[in-house]
Ligand binder design. Sequence first.
Ligand SMILES: Cc1cc2nc3c(=O)[nH]c(=O)nc-3n(C[C@H](O)[C@H](O)[C@H](O)COP(=O)(O)O)c2cc1C
Length: 138
Amino acid sequence: MLDEAYPASFGQYSNEHTKAWAEKIKSLDAFIFVNGEYNHSIPGALKNALDYLYAEWNNKAAGFVSYGSASGARAVEHLRLVLSELQVAHVRAQVLLSLFTDFENFSVFKPAPMHSDNLKTMLDQLNSWGNALKTLRK
Ligand SMILES: Cc1cc2nc3c(=O)[nH]c(=O)nc-3n(C[C@H](O)[C@H](O)[C@H](O)COP(=O)(O)O)c2cc1C
């Protein structure tokens, strides 16, 4: 059921690309967002993709892999705010990749070994929450 603040027309999509996007997100239990950082926030295209839907995101889980000169940390903080409004439960662990130390010449991916532990923790948390939240959507 949608929040009262949202009009009844929410979820009634007219464009084929929106219907396809809605079906894809509806079919998933959890998400891993992989994104860079633009002016201390998430890429505009990602915000647009999030804003297109609502109920399809609800009561699902999310984890993050980000990159940037500050490892995308500020973008992920913004993304967490947006996902809270969409009722997506975002796990604590995240993978933060520095353009300076995890990429050769800022382009070839050469991650530091420490990231594999963070990735494993993030995936474990995401798996737990993704499965637990299924019960709310039955
Ligand atoms: C307009 C613009 C703004 C950017 N702002 C930031 C920023 O605030 N912080 C940061 O770490 N990187 C910033 N970057 C660098 C991008 O995060 C970096 O180029 C990244 O590789 C882009 O990833 P993508 O091409 O996969 O979207 C910016 C790049 C552009 C073009």
